[in-house]
Design a protein around this ligand. Structure first.
Ligand SMILES: [Ca+2]
Ligand SMILES: [Ca+2]
Length: 410
């Protein structure tokens, strides 16, 4: 994963792309295939296709009193007493083996170790644009991507001696995925990540998108939100971000020891379980799952806990700092109880940049590039970075829920 500024060369690219963006405001991007795909992004037709393809069909869903839609087989007998928070599900705590399963697991997912988490409420879906819109209007909130970068803060994340870029380049903006015209070296992600001035949650994929003036993207997950934005949103509603232990426990949906959130069967063009990338990354998206970019939340079946899109669609911020050896530290205990992560971040790939954990993969994940649509997959992003494939969802303990409810009732 990348940080807000990747490296200073991105600023030069930003200016170039800004010009291209201005000239092609109404034009799709990338290859011919990607152009068609971009035009279809988020259409009702795609949503229907996604819901009825492959083995997604034939699961009975029921609607609960708090608006949550869960599998009819979900066990709500252990949920706390009503009232339940709106569109959240109760994840009964327990012990589990946390860490990598299967051949796609990476070194930072090991050692597998025993973890215990207490029960908690979790948003059924990623936070939507509609919900974030309401929050922004109520709180008069301004996100990180809408503010001018502060060089004094930025330089702390860069190798000592890095020269300051020209002041004209230090403008609000964010990172956007842009399909490439053809095959590229997959080791260089700056080829498909572009810094675009003016991009933020209101214009998530480029200046042609306008979340505020249209309802088209209302049910899509909010993106281009920094970790700080996500924390502020969560606390406004008496919630918080999940720890990565809570997130992984929830993502497994009770299926311990299985590779994916839905079991062990590999995702294919005929086995559609989540919004990921099909085709040739990052230039041809064959969109068997119905979407090139984000999908409306809950376009695919939930796991057994009633949680949607824990795999794919957008990465989700967690509360923990990232370190590749977090699990080695936790494994020193017989059982790690409600682990909160390390006190400091360290990413050997970018040692000067503190990073928070993100989980679950996104619409960009595919088996060739990252295969992070797995409960155990870990990734990291600097907390000030908004990206077009990163969002979040919130959690709260039952005690936090009762406290919030009491406060609201005054
Ligand atoms: Ca997709
Ligand atoms: Ca997700």
């Amino acid at each position: 994963m990348i940080n807000r500024y990747l490296n200073l060369s991105i600023f030069c690219v930003a200016i170039l792309w800004s010009c291209q963006e201005a000239q092609t405001t109404k034009e799709p991007i990338g290859s011919a295939d990607a152009k068609d795909s971009a035009a279809n992004c988020g259409s009702p037709h795609s949503r229907a296709a996604a819901l009825t393809k492959g083995s997604n069909a034939n699961v009975e869903l029921i609607t609960l009193s708090n608006g949550s839609v869960v599998p009819a087989t979900a066990d709500t007998s252990k949920w706390p007493v009503k009232p339940w928070p709106h569109k959240m599900v109760w994840v009964s705590g327990g012990n589990f083996q946390m860490g990598g399963v299967g051949n796609e697991a990476r070194p930072d997912e090991f050692p597998v170790h025993k973890v215990a988490v207490d029960g908690f409420w979790m948003d059924q879906t990623e936070v939507t644009n509609e919900a974030f819109k309401e929050f922004v209007q109520q709180k008069k909130f301004v996100t990180t991507a809408e503010t001018k970068p502060d060089w004094e803060e930025l330089k702390k994340q860069l190798p000592p001696g890095t020269p300051k870029p020209d002041e004209s380049l230090l403008v609000p903006g964010a990172l956007v995925f842009v399909p490439t015209p053809g095959p590229v070296d997959l080791h260089d992600n700056s080829q498909w990540w572009k810094w675009i001035p003016g991009v933020n949650w209101k214009h998530p994929n480029g200046l042609r998108d306008d979340v505020l003036s249209s309802t088209t993207l209302d049910q899509h997950p909010v993106v281009q939100v920094s970790w700080f934005d996500a924390v502020t949103y969560a606390s406004y509603y008496g919630k918080r971000l999940p720890t990565e232990a809570e997130w992984e426990f929830a993502a497994r949906g009770g299926k311990e020891g299985e590779v994916y959130g839905w079991g062990n069967d590999h995702p294919t063009n005929n086995n559609i379980k989540a919004n990921i990338w099909q085709g040739q990354f990052p230039y041809i998206n064959s969109q068997e799952d119905g979407f090139v970019f984000t999908a409306p939340v809950a376009s695919y079946l939930p796991n057994q806990f009633g949680l949607y899109d824990m795999m794919g669609n957008v990465w989700e911020w967690c509360s923990d700092w990232y370190r590749p050896n977090t699990y080695a530290m936790e494994a020193e205990q017989m059982i790690a109880k409600n682990p909160q992560g390390p006190s400091e971040s360290y990413d050997p790939q970018e040692p000067f940049t503190p990073k928070k954990v993100v989980r679950g993969g996104s619409f960009l994940c595919n088996e060739v590039y990252c295969a992070s649509y797995r409960p155990s997959a870990r990734m990291k992003t600097s907390p000030d970075s908004g990206e077009s494939h990163t969002g979040f969802r919130c959690v709260m303990s039952d005690q936090e829920w009762r406290k919030y409810l009491k406060g609201k009732r005054g």
